[in-house]
Ligand binder design. Structure first.
Ligand code: APR
Ligand code: PHB
Length: 394
């Protein structure tokens, strides 16, 4: 088989790239290790920057996010028993974010691709990447007991943190930067009305971090910080709701509507960046190249901005016969990636309780929170990063 761009991974990065390329008349095939249902079963992020929503429209799949996404004009920071609104809309000259689940976004993209009859090979086994240092890369995979080969112009590695793409690059060609945080997030999804439907609440209490978020007006998403070695089996629904309430102010705790969890999991927090993001004709995008801790909701949005840079560069290659965009893809993308890595690290440091930071470190954190909510300068910095920094397309 021959195609122009072979895309590894049918997460948000791979599906969005495929759709944008398809719209521009560029042929592509997606190879995904899992089944479509498995991909849709993963509960992940839920806050979209305007740039991400715009991209969904550009990809022709904006109808549902426009109808069902819930626009947020502010966030709330809760500490010392008080909630402080940060007017993200006012501080950024009118920018907003939209609450809409990654699962729903993935489904919209999958449905559009299927309706257009484009090929996604699900349950593709043993995917391997070849000759991406030359002009004619190849990708091999197994499906239903048979081996297949795709010859292509470019490979897009959109296969997440544990994917094969980054692992196929010769050791020494890639530099990895990593920071592991000494805690995880226990998350619960429940079909109950969210306690704060118009603003995500980020809470820092002496019992640890908490987050009140949502997927819709009928589906809520909550998190509490837990030790790294904690197990989800230790957390009955009742224990989770009790702990969440204890970390919230009395008014919010009293209003929260509890119910049976429909998903419950623990995710460790990690920052990771691989440099560069281009190796000959292999380009990495999304979690394949970088992971951010979820504080600030940058992971999915960063995946989308990588895809914007990559799709624009590939379209320039085919339509304008210019490789200028491809040649600078890695540098431009990494500038934005590192700023999101910085922001996610900063908000994580500000909002969590660190086991090894009692005394001085704790007091400095409290001073910074107090400074933040009273300083237009620092609130503006938070707001402009939260809504998403601008794209640098050239
Ligand atoms: N062969 C084929 N597919 C693979 C392989 C492989 N060897 N390894 C992984 N995959 C698939 C995974 O099964 C997954 O469906 O690649 C996909 C990668 O998807 P994600 O991990 O979701 O990564 P990405 O598309 O970059 O999305 C960005 O934003 O909210 C954050 O981390 C969150 O998922 C999220 C991400
Ligand atoms: C979520 O809704 O899952 C969510 C929201 C905001 C975050 C992280 C996660 O910062």
């Amino acid at each position: 088989m021959r195609t122009q761009v072979a895309i590894i991974g049918a997460g948000p990065s791979g599906l969005l790239l495929a759709q944008l390329l398809h719209k521009a008349g560029i042929d592509n095939v997606i190879l995904e290790r899992q089944s479509g249902d498995y991909v849709l079963g993963r509960i992940r992020a839920g806050i979209l920057e305007q740039g991400t929503v715009d991209l969904l429209h550009e990809a022709g799949v904006g109808r549902h996010v426009a109808a069902d996404g819930i626009v947020h004009h502010r966030i709330e920071l809760a500490f010392a028993g008080v909630r402080h609104p940060i007017d993200v809309h006012g501080l950024t000259g009118g920018k907003v974010v939209t609450a809409y689940g990654q699962t729903e976004m993935t489904r919209d993209l999958m449905t559009a691709r299927a309706a257009e009859g484009r090929l996604t090979v699900y349950q593709a086994g043993n995917v391997s990447l070849h000759d991406f240092d030359g002009n004619q890369p190849r990708v091999r995979y197994d499906k239903d007991g048979q081996s297949h080969e795709i010859v292509c112009d470019f490979i897009a590695g959109c296969d997440g943190f544990h994917g094969v793409s980054r692992a196929s690059v010769p050791q020494g060609a890639v530099t990895e930067y990593e920071k592991i945080y000494p805690f995880g997030w226990l998350g619960v999804l429940a079909d109950t009305p969210p306690v704060s439907p118009h603003a995500v609440v980020y809470g820092n209490s002496e019992r640890g971090f908490s987050l009140c978020s949502m997927r819709s007006l009928a589906r809520s998403r909550y998190y509490v910080q837990v030790p790294l070695d904690d197990k989800v089996e230790n957390w009955s629904d009742q224990r989770f709701w009790d702990e969440l309430r204890r970390r919230l102010d009395a008014e919010l705790a009293q209003r929260i509507v509890t119910g049976p969890s429909i998903e419950k999991s623990i995710a460790p927090l990690r920052s990771f960046v691989a440099e560069p993001m281009r190796f000959g004709r292999l380009f990495l995008a999304g979690d394949a190249a970088h992971i951010v801790p979820p504080t600030g909701a940058k992971g999915l949005n960063l995946a989308a901005s990588d895809v914007k840079y990559l799709s624009t560069s590939l379209i320039e290659h085919y339509q304008d016969h210019s490789d200028a965009g491809l040649d600078t893809y890695s540098q431009r993308t990494l500038r934005r990636v590192w700023k999101a890595a910085r922001f996610s690290w900063w908000l994580t440091s500000l909002m969590h309780r660190f086991p090894d930071t009692a005394g001085f470190g704790q007091r400095v954190q409290e001073a910074e929170l107090d400074y933040l909510v009273h300083s237009n300068a620092l609130s503006t910095s938070l707001a402009e990063n939260y809504v998403g920094l601008p794209f640098e397309l050239h």
